[in-house]
Ligand binder design. Structure first.
Ligand code: 5AD
Ligand code: SF4
Length: 476
């Protein structure tokens, strides 16, 4: 895993962050809930929807698990390791429950969907189990659980997008926020559990997305990250009064949000290489405030493996997509997700992955070794036949390649000036700011005698770097 400690967008290793949006007035809520989130950005955004639903019912969030009446874990199933971490955490909560009878524990999200009543029946670790499309029913389920019944709802929906729910911004820096634009996934990548845990793809009503972004901007936010498992297949149609339907594509949505204000930056994640269109690339190029950064998971550089993964593109096709991005936006950074040791992967396939990384010159990557997931196409069709030590050795080589590419990419930036959005003080010194360029690179630089604050834009010349950070100075 690339060391991007501050990465917020797709760090699949983010684990167990506890959230509370504000200091609690102990008398103003009937119950307090504590929520810990695991997995992808989508899951973290869902926790904000859950917090909103619970708030409306008179429940207040707390960061202190010890004082919570309700404890929720929003879980991830993407790799076995993610599930093991959650299980360990649940046994800790079981102890806490013993000390504080009446405390309820709930499992939310992808693991709830995957394991369903197993948690309640066999393992007796939890009181409430709620899948990603059933959060509206959470207050009722809490009531059921309070009477001693086991409460479960793991129904998946073809319509639910939580469009009308204003998420409570948890643990936010007040500058950047996630905005869900779609849910579910219709791609059937053979390694992936997501289509089973998050159901069919559906797009959220465009107007509600645009309004949420406008509200965020008015509240002082300066960056929105549009989230979906496959944002490029965003497509919203609605029938208006004349029975005519209006369709909104992802490019149209991007354009509408870009027009809210030039001071509002827009990011999005995740793109599937097969779906990102020239129209989207041209829209990105047209607006300075649409960030020049594309997360374009490759997964493997071998056409044979890509085919087994059901990715629907070849090595050459992916390389041509990278060329196209660089042609339309020469300053666009690109990152990838990469899996090592997928079924039947041999050394040549592995070398193909290393060489495609070098070809694409990824600025970052999120790298994993293959973890077989029950119920997926790969688990049913193929033997998980690459030994663990080989998977891990290849992963180490991929990480080393990426480390070098990241350093080279940062070195190429030295001497250039970038517009940086300040996010916070730097962790190491209160005399320095930390922010990001449009390309999503982390900048650290002295505050100097300027009247700036988180949320300000500033031009910074890069003067030095490590693999993960650019250091610089403010230029007038
Ligand atoms: N094993 C390892 N990595 C996986 N990913 C998805 N499923 C698996 C799996 N079974 C990775 C992919 C995906 C990212 C979110 O997680 O690279 O893009
Ligand atoms: Fe997100 Fe996938 Fe993990 Fe579900 S399984 S939380 S969709 S990464």
């Amino acid at each position: 895993m690339l060391d991007l400690a501050t990465n917020k967008v797709h760090d699949e290793n983010r684990q167990g962050e506890a959230y509370a949006p504000f200091e609690l007035d102990p008398n103003s809520y009937k119950k307090r809930f504590y929520i810990e989130s695991y997995g992808c950005a989508m899951n973290f955004a869902d926790s904000e929807v859950v917090a909103s639903i619970l708030n409306k019912e008179g429940f207040g969030a707390t960061r202190n698990v010890e004082e919570a009446d309700l404890i929720f874990l929003n879980t991830c199933s993407i790799r076995e390791k993610a599930e093991l971490t959650v299980r360990k955490r649940l046994t800790e909560f079981k102890k806490l429950k013993r000390a504080r009878p009446g405390t309820l524990v709930g499992v939310l999200g992808c693991m709830a969907e995957r394991l369903k009543s197993k948690f309640l029946e066999e393992e007796k670790l939890v009181d409430i189990v709620v899948g990603p499309d059933a959060y509206r029913t959470l207050p009722g389920l809490v009531e059921e659980a309070e009477t001693g019944q086991k409460a479960i709802n793991v129904l998946l929906s073809r319509e639910e997008t939580y469009a009308d729910i204003s998420p409570v911004r948890l643990n936010s820096n007040g500058i950047s926020a996630f905005v869900s634009i779609m849910r579910g996934c219709n791609n059937m990548c053979s390694f992936c559990v997501v289509p089973f845990t998050r159901g069919r793809e559906r797009s959220r009503e465009a107007a509600s997305i645009i309004n949420e972004c406008k509200d965020l901007f008015e509240q002082g936010y300066r960056e929105v990250t549009l989230l979906g498992q496959n944002v490029d297949s965003y497509y919203y149609t609605s029938a208006n009064g004349n029975e005519q339907s209006t369709a909104v594509t992802f490019a149209m949505l991007l354009e509408s949000i870009a027009q809210i204000s030039p001071l509002l930056r827009i990011r999005f994640s995740t793109s599937h290489p097969k779906d990102i269109t020239d129209e989207v690339l041209h829209t990105m190029a047209k607006y300075d405030n649409i960030c020049k950064y594309i997360h374009l998971p490759v997964q493997s550089g071998s056409t044979r493996i890509l085919q087994m993964m059901n990715r629907t593109y070849t090595r050459e096709w992916y390389m041509a997509k990278v060329d196209r991005i660089k042609q339309i936006m020469p300053d666009c950074s690109i990152s990838a997700d990469i899996i090592t040791g997928f079924c039947t992967e041999d050394e040549q396939d592995h070398q193909d992955t290393i060489s495609i990384m070098k070809y694409a010159q990824y600025d970052y990557s999120y790298m994993f070794f293959y973890s077989e997931r029950p119920g997926t196409l790969a688990q049913r069709r193929y033997a998980d036949d690459v030994p663990e030590e080989v998977k891990k050795r290849r992963l180490a080589e991929v990480i080393e390649t990426q480390n070098r590419l990241s350093l080279e990419s940062n070195k190429r930036d030295i001497g250039k000036v970038f517009q940086v959005l300040i996010e916070s003080e730097s962790k190491k010194s209160d005399q320095q700011w930390m922010g990001r360029s449009s390309q999503y690179k982390v900048f650290v630089f002295p505050k100097g005698n300027y009247d700036l604050a988180p949320g300000s834009y500033v031009n910074v010349r890069a003067t030095d770097c490590t693999q993960g950070t650019l250091f610089g100075e403010i230029v007038d």
